[in-house]
Design a binder for this molecule. Structure first.
Ligand code: RIB
Ligand code: CA
Length: 321
């Protein structure tokens, strides 16, 4: 079976790095391009982190620099969650992979138009780059299989009571992409809060005993300090790890692990309390045609097993090379 062509747009970031690990361990996909967006940290840092991390795991891929800030809003970062560097206190060797000479939007355009098969975009940060691509080059739309996005939530938020970080940082970009007509699969907090890794499972990573697994464990322990509240579910408050971005990539590789439904989704742009909220019409009150496949369930054990296998595979590949 031919490998699925994929473009990754990302703001690494600890859980983005876990998503990249899964992507470059998978035999199911062919990552044609990585573009970096501003989100968890600035564009300078996300692009540098993508190059150091992908160089370190031995990936050979073009890494193109995206836009510096959201379409209208000031950039708000999440250094409290990922650390000032974006990778907690973990230091990777200097990158061997260069910054592409092609800016992200141009590289995405050329990669998509050159592909014989439709291209899947896995987006795990604010959708600034993807929105800019669709506005500037609508000719790519028929050649996009889907945008698998980690972002939003039908219920709850982690940047405000109702808004998830990626949607909150650039709500205008999210609205542009969700109304673009391109197929969207949304891995919002509704599913990412169920795709958690327990502390016991995290210790299995430490037991792998490779330099990579040690680095991953170091990042996880920093990340653990940022407990997120699952609505009305106090006992999920602290002692689990949520690698939100893994869901967007795992859905592309193993869609059978997930449950979802099609809903009409819009993004609140200006609400005093609700800016950045993805308003999921699960009561179907709008009468509008659904535009997003919203994931809400996951086979957690299967999800964790795939994640662990990817860490072990990449750790061994680094060790022997
Ligand atoms: O809300 C979680 C999302 O925000 C993840 O993509 C994380 O990396 C941050 O970008
Ligand atoms: Ca991210």
């Amino acid at each position: 079976m031919s490998k699925m062509p994929v473009i990754i747009d990302t703001d690494p970031g600890i859980d983005d790095a876990m998503m990249l690990t899964l992507a470059f361990a998978s035999e199911a996909i062919d990552v044609r391009l990585v573009t970096t967006c501003s989100g968890n940290i600035s564009q300078d840092k996300t692009n540098y982190n993508a190059r150091t991390f992908l160089s370190y795991i031995g990936a050979d891929v073009e890494i193109a620099r995206g836009l510096e800030h959201p379409i209208f809003r000031e950039l708000e970062v999440a250094e409290d969650v990922h650390g000032e560097s974006g990778f907690a206190n973990v230091v990777f060797p200097e990158p061997t992979l260069p910054v592409s000479e092609r800016p992200a939007i141009f590289a995405m355009l050329k990669t998509i138009m050159a592909s014989e098969e439709k291209v899947t975009i896995v987006a795990t940060g604010p959708l600034t780059n993807v929105a800019a691509l669709l506005l500037a080059h609508p000719e790519v739309k028929p050649k996009i299989k889907c945008v698998s996005w980690m972002g939003g939530a039908a219920v709850g938020g982690n940047m405000s009571p109702t808004a998830e970080f990626n949607a909150y940082v650039d709500p205008h970009a999210a609205e542009i992409v969700l109304r673009s007509g391109v197929p969207i699969v949304m891995s919002g907090l509704d599913v990412t809060h169920k795709a958690y890794v327990t502390l016991e499972e995290a210790h299995l990573i430490l037991d792998m005993g490779t330099d990579f697994s040690d680095k991953v464990y170091q990042m996880l322990t920093f990340y653990l300090n940022v407990a997120e509240q699952t609505p009305f579910n106090e006992d999920h408050f602290a002692e689990v790890l949520r690698f939100h971005d893994l869901c967007a990539m795992m859905y592309v590789i193993k869609p059978e692990l997930f449950m979802g439904q099609d809903y009409y989704v819009q993004v609140e742009l200006e609400g005093r309390l609700t800016a950045g909220t993805t308003v999921v019409d699960y009561a179907r009150r709008s009468g509008k045609t659904p535009n997003v496949h919203v994931l809400h369930g996951v086979d957690r054990e299967g999800f964790v097993s795939e994640f662990m296998n990817a860490i072990e595979f990449v750790g061994e590949r680094i060790r022997v090379n």
